[in-house]
Design a protein around this ligand. Structure first.
Ligand code: 13P
Ligand code: SF4
Length: 309
């Protein structure tokens, strides 16, 4: 089937079934181009919570689709590929986290949205990369904090807020792989370039960056900044929207340590294709379901975050 045919079929079926397609910035360009809404984790959860559609097709990864289900449990939430996981979400599980938390009684448990529903259910409040500082600052100063699972984001906000935080040792396989050395070589080649990075990157990369922010913050930055060249240290999918918004500027994907691995692409995000989206809508697969008890418990910390955002 040609891409045009596929898009026509997707358009017909989403109309017929009153389905909405939510896509993360890390999706392949052709998915971003047909989405009803593209955004970062926070914006996507806000959309999922407010939609009137009957079906939410989540073109992203599993924890994002689970969050949509928790926020809007009466809707059918489907994901085109059920193997679209997240190495960061996988770096923590409920049993280990439970043991860990026993060492830190009376701490406020803040978890990043990149976690399973079970972990969210064990948390006091959720954050994303775009609101992490605000969420931490909303916690009374005399309270100690546990932050999980991303150590790079955790250390970054600990430094900014100066708060007493115990941080889980997790990371994302994409953001951990950027090479400081190769980024600096590029900077040497394009002296006027600005380095911009996602807070999931390791500290040395954040230190040399001109700007650090969530995917949507990075996009807004390049739209409003006067530079012409950027070295972008996050998953490559975001470059599509940057190039569309600012076609006259040059965006260079930050290189990973291994120049042959293509690991600045998230292998989970990139599992989704237009074809899988069509079959997902047609067969209403793969449906995301969660036990009611988990939905109830995980809803509260997510709602707290949304109220503060
Ligand atoms: P954002 O919330 O910045 O879009 O980040 C999502 C993500 O998975 C980063 O790896
Ligand atoms: Fe998870 Fe990293 Fe992929 Fe984001 S880029 S979805 S944190 S594995």
């Amino acid at each position: 089937m040609s891409e045009t045919n596929l898009i026509e079929k997707i358009n017909n079926i989403r109309k017929e079934k009153n389905a909405i397609i939510l896509a993360h910035y890390y999706q392949v360009p052709e998915i971003q181009d047909i989405a009803d809404f593209i955004g970062d984790s926070l914006q996507l959860s806000q959309q999922a919570s407010n939609t009137q559609a009957d079906i939410i097709l989540f073109a992203g990864v599993y924890f994002m689709a689970e969050t949509a289900k928790i926020l809007n449990p009466k809707k059918k939430v489907i994901i085109p590929d059920k193997n679209a996981g997240c190495s960061l979400a996988d770096s923590i599980n409920a049993s280990d986290f439970n043991k860990f938390l026993q060492n830190y009684p009376n701490h406020i448990v803040v978890t990043y949205i990149n976690t399973s529903a079970e972990i969210k259910a064990m948390s006091d409040i959720i954050c994303t990369s775009s609101n992490a500082v605000r969420i931490i600052e909303s916690i009374p100063k005399d309270k100690k904090i546990v932050f999980a699972p991303d150590k790079n984001l955790g250390n970054y906000i600990k430094k900014i807020t100066g708060r007493d935080m115990v941080i889980w040792d997790g990371a994302c396989h994409v953001h951990e792989e950027f090479s400081l050395e190769r980024i600096l070589e590029l900077k040497n080649q394009y002296r006027e370039a600005k380095i911009i990075s996602h807070p999931e990157c390791k500290e040395p990369i954040l230190i040399v960056s001109d700007f650090v922010g969530s995917t949507s913050a990075l996009l807004n930055f390049v739209k409003n900044d006067t530079s012409k060249i950027y070295i972008v240290a996050t998953e490559t999918g975001i470059l599509h929207q940057m190039k569309k918004a600012m076609p006259e500027k040059l965006f260079i994907p930050a290189p990973p340590i291994d120049s042959t691995c293509g690991c600045n692409d998230c292998k989970y995000m990139k599992l989704n294709t237009l074809e899988k989206i069509y079959f997902s809508l047609k067969n209403e697969q793969f449906e995301v379901t969660l036990p009611e008890e988990i939905i109830e418990k995980a809803y509260r910390p997510i709602k707290r975050m949304l109220d503060l955002s």
